[in-house]
Design a protein around this ligand. Structure first.
Ligand code: C2E
Ligand code: CA
Ligand code: CA
Length: 680
């Protein structure tokens, strides 16, 4: 090194020292600063070089570390020629500064210690980062460990890292899990899909990160898990970080809801929606294999009666038993559904020919008719069944069901407890029925109805005591529609309430044209009586047209439900209180009995014309008519015979003591103008 270059070298060192980030320092043997670089001193300690030089080392020590600092420096001076250690000093502003010291001892030429010198690096930031890192690691560890949802890192088919929740979720110990492959935890049926997804993801395919799979616990229990997988690098190699969440409860709840949506809650049988699905599937199959299928529409007759008399609990038990019977009569692959109420529908697959469906229907009717143990009662129900098959009776589900229903309707008309195969002729009847229903609505709106009157004769004196009002309807398209056809339809569609009200008002409007003291009889439907407002309506019309209540007769056809219906019983009482007379119509055809008549507390019975037709010819009919007559008189009721067509019938009835007669012999139902009434 030439002497010429020395100043330059010194300059360079000086600059290096001045620009150094680290503190460069020298202490004398007494521990006083003899040198520091100004910039670093200001930054690290907050002192200028002037302030610093001459200060004792102990002046910058922090009280907590002073003892050790002193000791270390003594050691350096004592022989450790080079030394590195970390400590905390105090800045001018009182704050701490973390320093990493490198120190060497300075010796004189004679070997005496004349001081120490070295560098000090400000490591405050590093210390703070380290502390923070430690804290955040601790936080992550806590989060991971205490997460209630299982989390695991999978690599090379194994779970290499996992939290406690994985142990809880699988039922395996940590050791067992570490030794297992990932797929072993997955339900066998879901493994192939899981592996496939995994390999596709590794190949870089963009798949949804979350999917559902089933896992199997050590005890064999199946759980449904939502798995969210994230690709990560673990120990330098690809891995997936898997977040599981147990959705078993939700899956079960959904399955339950799904079941409820497609099943009848009472019997557990498929409902209409599921049946429609199955029928469509069966139709597709049937077309493919050209194999007929059949739909059986069944209806328990008189379920309503059980509900009304024994209560709904029994009705429900009955339906459940019925469901079991239905099921027991068909093959496993056949579907039995409940469409609600008393309607059951059976789908028979693969029926070779029509006779198979007919045989099943026959078996159904017979089996259902056997006595049924329902709690404390043994009940007997009858069933009506209608059958429609593919391909003969319809090509789609809707048509098949409709036609099976038509056939059912037919079997009910045939007297129930039987089955009917669908026949195209039924369709025409149904078409007409529909047409009537639709026209009836129009007829009500445009008042196409009229009323005719049929005289009622006193049997003991030749005089007319009253007239029965009978409804007539002539439709432009349909022609004359007999009430026996449209009244039941009006009852089904509840149009009867409007129609019945119209008849009553029409009759009361006509009333002043009849001779005083003749009674007017109006037929009412049970449905009208069931309306709690009916008696009030009658009273209203009576006063509106100023017609005395005792001249109005209401004829009510006897039927099963009347005597059990509290509303009707109440209505009848109320009407009688008004002074209106009540007649039981078509007596003998239904359920009427002595006790029934007593409960109803009526004024008259009208013996059904089917019995009158037989009197004098059929000993049985004669006996029945005599019996009814005796019973009526025994109860102080007026006996009326309807449908009297011959002299012989009239003579028989007269001898038998009948009070009033009505029939074609005595007068046909006629429009009021043709009755030959003398205007009052
Ligand atoms: P119903 O109350 O038993 O009426 C008597 C039916 O027998 C009437 O038939 C009448 O025309 C018919 N008839 C009268 N005399 C003879 C006879 O000597 N021989 C035969 N074979 N029949 C005779 P219609 O008018 O067809 O009424 C049928 C049924 O329709 C009525 O039976 C009644 O149940 C119902 N109905 C009629 N008008 C009304 C109404 O305004 N309201 C309600 N709810 N039902 C009505
Ligand atoms: Ca009548
Ligand atoms: Ca009648």
């Amino acid at each position: 090194m030439s002497s010429k270059k020395t100043p330059i070298a010194t300059d360079r060192y000086k600059r290096l020292v001045e620009t150094s980030n680290d503190l460069i320092w020298s202490l004398d043997a007494q521990g006083r600063f003899t040198f520091v670089n100004d910039a670093a001193a200001r930054r690290i300690y907050g002192y200028s070089v002037e302030e610093m030089v001459g200060k004792s080392f102990s002046d910058v020590m922090s009280p907590e570390h002073a003892a050790r600092d002193t000791q270390v420096f003594e050691e350096i001076k004592a022989g450790n020629r080079a030394f590195n250690y970390r400590t905390v000093h105090r800045r001018k502003d009182g704050g701490p500064v973390h320093l990493s010291f490198n120190a060497v001892v300075e010796l004189s030429q004679t070997g005496e210690v004349i001081g120490t010198t070295g560098t000090a690096t400000d490591i405050s930031d590093m210390v703070r980062y380290a502390a923070e890192l430690e804290r955040s690691e601790e936080r992550y560890r806590l989060l991971f460990e205490n997460a209630t949802e299982p989390i695991g890192v999978a690599q090379d088919g194994r779970i290499v890292f996992f939290n406690k929740a994985v142990i809880e979720a699988t039922g395996y110990s940590a050791e067992e899990i570490s030794a297992m492959s990932f797929v072993e935890l997955i339900h066998p049926d879901d493994r192939a899909a899981a592996v496939d997804r995994h390999t596709r993801r590794l190949r870089g395919e963009n798949l949804p990160t979350s999917y559902v799979l089933r896992t199997v616990r050590k005890c064999g229990e199946v759980r449904h898990m939502n798995l969210n997988g994230v690709s990560i690098v673990w120990d330098g190699r690809p891995a997936t970080l898997n977040f599981f969440s147990d959705i078993t409860a939700r899956v079960h709840a959904e399955a339950e809801l799904e079941f409820q949506a497609y099943h009848d809650p009472l019997t557990g049988l498929p409902n209409r929606a599921l049946f429609a699905d199955r029928l469509n599937l069966a139709l597709a199959r049937a077309r493919r294999h050209q194999e007929p299928i059949a739909v059986l529409y069944a209806d328990l007759d008189h379920l309503k009666r059980v509900n009304d008399t024994l209560g709904h609990t029994f009705g429900d038990l009955l339906l459940q038993q019925a469901a079991l019977r239905f099921r027991s009569l068909v093959r496993e692959e056949d579907t039995v559904a409940r469409f609600g109420g008393d309607e059951f529908v059976v789908l028979l697959g693969r029926v070779k020919d029509g006779t198979v469906a007919a045989r099943v229907a026959e078996k159904l009717v017979a089996r259902m008719n056997e006595p049924m143990d329902v709690g404390t009662h043994v009940l007997r129900v009858t069933t009506s069944v209608g059958v429609a098959s593919w391909p003969a009776d319809g090509d789609d589900a809707e048509t098949l069901l409709k036609n099976a229903d038509n056939a059912l309707y037919q079997s009910k008309e045939q007297g129930r407890n039987t089955y009917r195969m669908f026949a195209p002729a039924m369709n025409e009847r149904v078409q007409r029925r529909l047409a009537i229903e639709q026209s009836m609505v129009r007829a009500v709106e445009t008042s196409q109805f009229t009323v005719v009157y049929q005289a009622q004769h006193d049997m003991r004196a030749p005089r007319i005591v009253g007239y029965e009002a009978l409804l007539r309807w002539k439709d432009e398209g349909l022609g004359d529609v007999p009430p026996a056809t449209f009244i039941p339809l009006a009852e089904e569609t509840r149009l009867i309430e409007t129609i019945g009200d119209w008849v009553l008002e029409r009759v009361l409007m006509d009333a002043r044209r009849f001779p005083p003291e003749t009674r007017l009889a109006v037929n009412v439907s049970a449905l009208q009586l069931r309306d709690l407002r009916f008696p009030k309506r009658v009273a209203e019309l009576l006063s509106l047209y100023d017609f005395p209540a005792h001249r109005l007769e209401l004829e009510l056809t006897e039927s099963a439900t009347i005597a059990d219906d509290d509303n009707i019983l109440a209505a009848l009482c109320e009407l009688r209180r008004l002074g209106v007379r009540i007649a039981v119509d078509d007596f003998g055809t239904g359920y009427a009995s002595l006790s029934y008549l007593r409960r109803l507390s009526v004024d008259m019975v009208k013996i059904d014309k089917s019995f009158i037709a037989g009197v004098g010819e059929s000993p049985a009919d004669s006996a029945i008519v005599l019996g009814i007559m005796g019973m009526a008189h025994g109860l102080d009721l007026v006996a009326v015979a309807e449908g009297v067509e011959t002299e012989a019938q009239r003579d028989f009835l007269s001898v038998a003591g009948c009070d009033i007669a009505q029939g074609f012999l005595l007068g046909r139902p006629l429009p009021i103008e043709e009755l030959g009434l003398c205007a009052q």
